[in-house]
Design a binder for this molecule. Structure first.
Ligand code: PHE
Length: 457
């Protein structure tokens, strides 16, 4: 298999379009829903500091490796890895790394879509004023009424899947690029507006700033360090080929280092802005920062229900969450869509119907795990918990590990030098040391510790 010079799916029209699309992939429920609550649960400042370190020392080198492999292979992750493995005289089974990524994307989207569907439902609840003056019990019962109703969850899951597959079906330039050009700036604008609003809370804003940025290492456990490291993978969309397939549409003259740094900075900025938008409201209403995964769906409505303009700002907040989830969702499914189009000679539209249908069907398990299927458990976990665990704690870290190993140990130094085209030797060798030694070691530790914790060893 010869390496194609360009992808058959076309290219991003500009380097900036790629940065926007990849940032759209990275910024999602992970930043706005997950980051604030895990930062809250792990004591704030010190956790945030470790998370930032992990983004810089582990996330960034793996992202550069993924973009590099994607752009050099110019195909979906399976074919790109097969082609590069052949060229580097490595074993053909490296293509299975692409397969595990495609599978991870399908599994993640199956539950991601259900959570994003809940966010869509909340857009309407927030704008219609349901949260006005709501009590904590009231907010909980609004959430329970939604998640306990399989029909409603199913309807929102279906709508979210349809809008996701519609964008993917339209392809690189017409679908992905057009939507993120509009989505990403809108997201930044909305977030800044919400932070500006939160800044008006005065002392509570200061409290939130010191909570997030004053490290208190006595509050950080070793498990917290591992959670921070694991989240760096999830939030940057690494380890499953999403960034790799986006890289396959990147023009040859773009600097992989620069685009990767831009994406990492923007992703981190959104997480921090989300924290700054959320925590002042949490403190202003005397709530617990460590309230857990319900922080958004239960706590935010209470907060918005008691502040001036809360109906409007609450609505905007959930609109923002849906936008962020949408642009991540399209990247979760792009590796599978690209594989079908490249290998099965079918149209993008048909590919999307096929995969969309598959993801939608698997998603039913998550829909039911919140209600009628709450008792269908395996190892004490519901279907939703299992998908989350299997993907975030097993598939992504393993994917990231093997990507690092392939880029660091199986690709010739001349190939990576050529593709990365870094001018200053010190930066190239910095990357190489990270990807060969530091990153794999760190991932192995995260992975083993995560599994040991999960099984109580
Ligand atoms: N990065 C996305 C988020 O933070 C999730 C994601 C993971 C998207 C893996 C694509 C691939 O929500």
């Amino acid at each position: 298999m010869e390496r194609p010079a360009t992808s058959i799916h076309g290219q991003w029209t500009t380097r900036w379009a790629f940065v926007l699309a990849a940032t759209g992939s990275a910024v999602g429920l992970g930043n706005i829903w997950k980051f604030p609550y895990i930062a809250g649960e792990n004591g704030g400042g010190a956790f945030v500091l470790v998370y930032l370190l992990c983004i810089a020392c582990i996330g960034l080198p793996v992202m550069m490796a993924e973009v590099m492999i994607g752009r050099r292979g110019r195909q979906n992750p399976v074919n790109a890895l097969a082609t590069l493995a052949k060229e580097e005289l490595a074993h053909p089974s490296w293509k299975y790394l692409g397969w595990s990524g495609i599978a991870a994307g399908i599994f993640i989207l199956s539950y991601y879509s259900v959570i994003a569907g809940q966010a869509m439902a909340y857009v309407f609840r927030a704008f219609s004023g349901v949260f006005e003056g709501v009590t904590p019990d009231g907010a909980q019962s609004i959430y329970d009424a939604l998640s306990g109703d399989p029909e409603r969850l199913l309807a929102w899951h279906t709508i979210f899947m349809i809008i996701t597959m519609t964008v993917v079906a339209r392809g690189v330039q017409h679908g992905l690029e057009k939507s993120v050009r509009f989505l990403m700036p809108a997201l930044f604008a909305l977030l800044l507006l919400l932070v500006g609003y939160a800044a008006n809370t005065g002392e509570y804003f200061n409290q939130a700033v010191s909570f997030l940025f004053t490290p208190d290492f006595s509050k950080l456990t070793s498990e917290g360090v591992l959670i921070a490291m694991g989240h760096a993978f999830f939030t940057l969309s690494l380890g499953m080929g999403a960034i790799m397939v986006y890289g396959s549409y990147l023009s040859q003259d773009a600097s992989i280092t620069k685009v990767s740094i831009s994406i990492s900075i923007m992703d981190t900025l959104v997480a921090v802005l989300a924290g700054l938008a959320i925590f002042p409201l949490v403190f202003a209403n005397g709530m617990e920062p460590g309230a857990g995964p319900g922080l958004i769906f239960v706590t935010m409505p209470i907060a918005f229900g008691h502040i001036a303009g809360g109906q409007f700002f609450g609505g905007l907040f959930f609109v923002l969450l849906v936008f962020a989830a949408w642009s991540s969702a399209i990247s979760l499914i792009e590796p599978a869509a690209a594989w079908l189009v490249e290998n099965k000679d079918i149209s993008r539209r048909r590919a999307c119907v096929l995969i969309g249908g598959t993801v939608w069907t698997i998603g039913l398990l998550t829909v039911f795990s919140f209600n009628i299927g709450q008792t269908w458990t395996l190892f004490g976990k519901t279907a939703f918990d299992l998908f989350d665990f299997l993907t975030a704690n097993i598939m992504l870290p393993l994917g990231g590990l093997f990507i690092a190993i392939f880029a660091g140990w199986f690709m010739k130094q001349s190939s990576t030098t050529e593709e990365l085209a870094i001018q200053q030797p010190i930066f190239y060798y910095g990357w190489r040391i990270l990807i060969r030694y530091i990153t794999p070691t760190a991932i192995v530790i995260v992975f083993l510790k995560g599994l040991m914790d999960a099984f109580g060893l």
